[in-house]
Design a protein around this ligand. Structure first.
Ligand SMILES: [Zn+2]
Length: 332
């Protein structure tokens, strides 16, 4: 770690020490690529993820979510508490992130949607991989209300992906499938990768390595688009399947997409509590202080391509309850 960061870290924590109640920082990751992704070069790859984790391990007290939530509830959260979380269940979490976490001595929490294990694919990845594989120079997306979209270069493709994701995100699960089939036909892309998500064995591998496994529903729906019984089935069904896979209790949960009010509401918070979970996380930005609702703990992604930028944003977050957050490019 460079000395500037060490100094900045001491300064930030020094300011906080004794003046403020302990805070819980919860980081969100989705994918960790083996090598930089040409389409999303600012997403973490193995080299920069290891840099980030070395900084985190040296600067924070890293805990599992269940341990941190229990500490918050008892008013015994240690100083510099931090939880590292991964959403969705990408195979690279086991293949790339796990060895790095182990080298850094970090326990992380993995929220896995069970419906995509063993060869499935999330809808957002179907959009990304279709646009990535499209050989056309432009795509006629009139049917999506987007008109003629140029595809020359990664920036243009990222724009198209962002527009499509925004358009498709709040459709029902069936409508999403129909929209993606239409997109694939328009783009002339017949086959998409089937190895993006973890296998059940990889979930077991994470669990055996001492990592925390958490629920993230079965099919990753926006909960507010479901009936109460559908939402219960998604949340309990995903948890039950994970418990079966790892043969251990699953006590923590992440709301799909995670924006309070629009992606889940109070009824889902109550449902998660009633189902016996010990804690749940949203994607509302911020840090949690004593008295926080352990069933809606905020999380954030301190973005930045250099370790210095990333770390400074993470340290700044310590001083603020809310901070503008750039969501992962395609994280949901
Ligand atoms: Zn997710």
């Amino acid at each position: 770690m460079n000395s500037l960061l060490t100094t900045a870290s001491r300064f930030a924590f020094g300011l906080a020490h004794g003046l403020d109640s302990p805070k819980l920082s919860i980081l969100i990751f989705h994918r960790v690529h083996a090598r930089a992704d040409t389409l999303f070069p600012y997403e973490p790859d193995a080299i920069n993820f290891e840099r980030l984790m070395r900084f985190v391990a040296a600067s924070f007290r890293v805990m599992s979510l269940a341990e941190a939530a229990a500490g918050l509830a008892r008013g015994e959260l240690p100083a510099r508490a931090l939880v590292v979380t991964f959403d969705d269940g990408y195979a690279d979490n086991a293949e790339v992130a796990l060895p790095i976490l182990q080298r850094c001595g970090i326990v992380a929490s993995f929220f896995v949607s069970t419906g995509f294990l063993d060869g499935g694919r999330m809808w957002n990845d179907s959009v990304i991989e279709t646009v990535r594989a499209c050989r056309h120079e432009q795509l006629d997306l009139d049917g999506f209300g987007l008109g003629l979209c140029p595809l020359a270069g990664p920036a243009a493709r990222r724009n198209v992906i962002a527009s499509l994701l925004a358009h498709i995100k709040y459709l029902s699960l069936n409508e999403r499938e129909e929209a993606i089939a239409r997109l694939q036909a328009t783009a002339g892309v017949a086959s998409l990768p089937a190895d993006l998500m973890m296998s059940c064995e990889q979930v077991r591998q994470l669990h055996r390595a001492g990592m925390e496994i958490g629920g993230h529903t079965v099919r990753h729906p926006i909960l507010t688009t479901l009936t109460a019984s559908e939402a219960a089935h998604e949340i309990a069904g995903g948890r039950d399947r994970l418990q079966e896979i790892i043969d251990s209790p699953v006590n923590v949960f992440a709301y799909p997409n995670g924006k309070p009010g629009s992606d889940y509401d109070h009824s889902h918070v109550e449902l998660v509590r009633r189902l016996g979970f010990a804690a749940a996380v949203s994607t509302a930005p911020g840090v949690a202080r004593q008295g926080a609702d352990c069933f809606q703990l905020p999380r954030f992604t301190p973005w930045g391509q250099s370790l210095t930028t990333w770390a400074m944003r993470l340290l700044l977050q310590q001083k603020q309850t809310r901070y503008p957050v750039a969501g992962a490019a395609h994280g949901v």
